[in-house]
Design a protein. Structure first.
Length: 637
């Protein structure tokens, strides 16, 4: 009985082995289970050594794993095993394309075409794949070949699959999706087509459409591993972390338990910011395999983990081992970041420029370049770099972009360039004080030091106006504005106005020792030029009373240095107006103080005032009156 059972088990094993087919091997490639595919095709070659297709697909599996020498050996063996098959002649053609030997590649392709008819669609599919998936892709040639195939028939799903890959490789995402959807329409079982479409939708941040495509892929083949892997990434991007973990585990369950799957898992961990987990897998993998992409991901992960010296070592190893055709813009980006972190800024700039040269959408790296130059106090170069960032996408330029240009140009003493940048800032946000503040600084430098005209004054006035929304936040800018306006008015003998601004400055910086001295000097000059001085009385709370008339009715304002304008309580407002169109604002015909009249001023109606009627230094300034803090008097010009 035991012997019979062993014979039966052996027979079952033999039948399972003998049942392996080329289609199963191709399916393993589609599943990205390349180790399984290699095992299947190696076994099929042993069983049927004259079938060239098995050699070709063995070579394809090797190529997918970056084992290019092994792929070349497989294609060459296949061409000898079945010389009249087009598969391996085209496979060898691909190896010549990888070697940049276009002449030998054409000879191989021509030989393949001589073995079949012009209308044989397969030749165009295989050659298109060779042009699209090699080390030096020529996507347009691939597209040309596939369009020729379509001229014979538009009913072949593999043609549209390859067309999708070619469009995707050339950056035509919309055309690629259309091709993939056509492939899935012609062959509903082609899960890989909907999976690729889902990946493109995900990159375009159309997450709902991406999920729909992945679900279509799994509806056609519930065991298709790449769909689970890519769907897991989608869930991660959309913050569905539990679903991401569960879905990725499903991928791991279906995928080969080999180094390729482990590497993909390391990539996923990098994506999820588990850099140490990614590094642990990569370090273990390098004990068995030594391929450039291992060093790439290790370098990236080490950078993100703050291991800059180790990351630099890894990225330099990657560049030493990698084919230049396989270098990505992100490789130069991380190389630049690692160089910058290890104090090699000049080399960092070179690598940022390399990244931009490879991919023009990487123009934001000009900000990194500008930052390095600015840190080195090479302000002109910084301004040029920042301006390139602006020029690359002017419609998307931000306040920070223009500020970077302006500040760099300012320190480079290129004041007209700086002024243009700060003007652009003010056009983007008319309420932001900082743009006017820096324009004011520019104007102080453009003004004639021998005959100061006060070019900065209008801009400092705008700073004051815009900064009132948050005087604490913009305290520094307000102090500089008040000081400048005090100085320029004193220079022009507008002593009352100068005192007003110096007093405003002192409210923000009462500990300052220099401004009070200047204020006293100006005050003496002011008194010499004043029409009169009005000494004020205090109320029972020790607050100074300023006699006034509102529409010829007497009222005592209390001086409130923290307020800019005038305000009264609702009760006081009722003494002057029976009613008001605006319940928050009074606009009397006139207000008089010490013989000075202001017509139609705005008086706010508020609660919680320190008195029934209050007035601040800004309002007094409108009367050309300044409050003298030391003597408690009004100084009139």
């Amino acid at each position: 009985m035991k012997t019979s059972l062993m014979i039966l088990l052996g027979l079952v094993s033999y039948l399972a082995t003998s049942a392996l087919t080329t289609d199963e091997g191709i399916k393993a490639i589609d599943y990205e289970n390349f180790a399984t595919a290699k095992r299947i095709f190696s076994q099929l070659i042993t069983q049927t050594p004259t079938d060239g297709r098995n050699y070709y697909y063995l070579g394809q599996a090797h190529n997918a794993l970056g084992q290019f020498d092994s792929a070349r050996i497989a294609y060459a063996a296949g061409a000898l095993a079945e010389p009249k098959s087009i598969y391996n002649h085209i496979g060898l053609g691909r190896t010549y394309l990888d070697q940049k030997n276009a002449k030998k590649a054409k000879e191989s392709f021509d030989l393949a075409q001589s073995l079949t008819s012009q209308k044989d669609i397969l030749q165009y599919i295989l050659m298109a794949d060779a042009y699209s998936s090699g080390l030096h892709p020529n996507y347009q040639e691939s597209i040309n070949l596939l369009n020729k195939a379509i001229s014979y028939t538009n009913k072949n799903a593999d043609v549209y699959w390859q067309l999708g890959l070619a469009f995707e490789g050339s950056g035509k995402g919309g055309d690629a999706v259309s091709a993939y959807e056509r492939a899935a329409e012609l062959n509903p079982a082609m899960a890989k087509a909907n999976t690729r479409a889902g990946m493109i939708w995900r990159l375009a941040r159309n997450y709902n459409q991406s999920l729909t495509s992945f679900q279509k892929a799994l509806d056609s083949d519930k065991n298709f591993p790449p769909a689970y892997r890519e769907m897991a990434e989608l869930y991660f991007y959309t913050g569905q972390f539990d679903k991401a973990k569960e879905t990725y585990q499903r991928y791991l369950d279906l995928a080969d338990k080999d180094d390729y799957t482990q590497f993909r898992y390391a990539q996923y961990l990098f994506l999820t910011k588990d850099y140490n987990g990614s590094l642990a897998i990569l370090d273990e993998l390098r004990t068995r395999i030594d391929v450039p992409i291992m060093y790439r991901l290790s370098a990236y992960s080490n950078y993100e983990s703050g291991n800059y010296a180790k990351g630099l070592e890894q990225i330099e190893t990657f560049f030493a081992k990698a084919d230049t055709a396989r270098v990505l813009p992100s490789d130069y980006e991380y190389y630049a970041k690692l160089l910058s972190k290890t104090g090699q800024d000049s080399l960092a700039i070179e690598n940022y420029l390399q990244a931009i040269a490879l991919d023009s959408t990487k123009f934001p790296f000009y900000n990194d370049i500008g930052g390095i130059y600015f840190q080195q106090k090479r302000y002109h170069e910084a301004a040029v770099a920042y301006q390139k960032k602006v020029d690359a996408s002017r419609t998307d330029a931000t306040l920070q972009d223009y500020f970077n240009v302006g500040k760099s140009a300012y320190f480079s003493k290129e004041f007209f360039v700086a002024d243009t940048a700060f003007m652009n800032m003010s056009q983007l946000n008319k309420q932001w004080p900082i743009s006017y503040f820096w324009r004011a600084r520019v104007m102080t430098n453009l003004d004639n030091p021998d005959s100061v005209k006060g070019l900065a004054a209008p801009y400092y006035l705008q700073v004051i106006e815009k900064a009132m929304v948050d005087t604490n936040k913009y305290k520094k800018e307000l102090m500089e504005s008040y000081k400048y306006l005090g100085d320029i008015n004193a220079l022009n003998e507008n002593y009352g106005v100068a005192m007003y601004y110096y007093n405003k400055y002192m409210l923000l910086d009462p500990a300052n020792l220099e401004v009070p001295k200047t204020l006293e000097s100006v005050k003496a000059l002011y008194k010499n030029n004043s029409v009169s001085v009005t000494t004020l009385l205090k109320d029972e709370n020790g607050l100074y009373l300023i006699p006034a008339n509102i529409n010829n009715a007497p009222v005592n304002f209390v001086f409130d240095p923290a307020r800019s304008g005038m305000a009264v309580t609702e009760q006081t407002a009722g003494q002057f107006f029976a009613s008001s169109a605006n319940k928050n604002i009074l606009v009397p015909d006139q207000v008089k103080i010490s013989g000075r009249t202001v017509k139609n001023p705005a008086i706010k109606i508020e609660g919680n005032l320190i008195a029934q009627a209050v007035i601040g230094p800004d309002a007094l300034n409108a009367f050309n009156i300044v409050f003298d803090y030391n003597t408690g008097s009004l100084l009139l010009r």
